[in-house]
Write a protein that binds this ligand. Structure first.
Ligand SMILES: [Zn+2]
Length: 213
């Protein structure tokens, strides 16, 4: 569902460009608005959310999908935690559909899917591991790296129930915007994947923006 935001870029209290292959980690307070902006289009943003004061409570794909009765995320979706609390709500979306099922790329999956020589390519899981090591202040550990959202990524379900990674439906300047319903930490890997069309075979930058309520 396409819903445009009323927020103005010049009013944002935080802005940060994340290059492809890099990560972003940031606290978002309850009531603040977080926008993820696809600067050049056709980029996948692999995203995890944690409750700031208890990272053991985190975004949960199963609860989110079950409660809303839909596997895709878009405006109106409420992201649920593993304790089934409301975590964030998508309040604007100019892309229209975001993936909950595809998971994140890793050196292991690159090797299995695309060939042994892909083993040493950079992957989203590497970026998350680097983030939690370089930012111990967030209190995250390896066991907190769990199932993620792929904002902007197109993972259609086939008629026989399979999943495919298809060419993106996002474009330059498209965004998704979420209102935090609790204090959260957002951890994003801007996907460096080169082997499937999730980034159009050309990973590009995204931007994080935050507004006060
Ligand atoms: Zn990735």
């Amino acid at each position: 569902m396409i819903v445009h935001s009323n927020l103005h870029v010049e009013d944002a209290v935080f802005r940060r460009v994340i290059e492809a292959g890099d990560y972003g980690i940031h606290r978002v307070r309850e009531g603040q608005f977080l926008r993820i902006l696809d600067l050049e289009g056709n980029q996948a943003a692999d995203t995890l959310f944690y409750r700031t004061d208890d990272p053991g409570e985190r975004y949960c794909a199963m609860n989110t999908v079950r409660e809303q009765g839909n596997v895709y995320l878009t405006a109106g979706s409420t992201l649920k935690t593993n304790e089934n609390n409301d975590m964030l709500r998508i309040v604007a979306d100019t892309c229209g559909r975001h993936d909950t099922l595809g998971g994140a790329c890793a050196t292991e999956s690159n090797t299995v899917r695309y060939g042994l020589e892909k083993r040493f390519m950079h992957a989203c899981r590497d970026s998350w591991m680097l983030a939690i090591q370089e930012h111990e202040e967030f209190g995250l550990s390896k066991e907190d790296i769990t199932h993620n959202i792929n904002f902007f990524m197109n993972v259609p379900i086939t008629t026989d129930g399979g999943l495919t990674f298809a060419d993106g439906i996002s474009g330059a300047g498209k965004y998704v915007e979420l209102k935090a319903l609790m204090d959260v930490v957002v951890l994003i890997s801007n996907c460096p994947q080169l082997n499937n069309p999730c980034n159009g075979y050309n990973p590009t930058s995204i931007e994080l923006l935050v507004w006060d309520s």
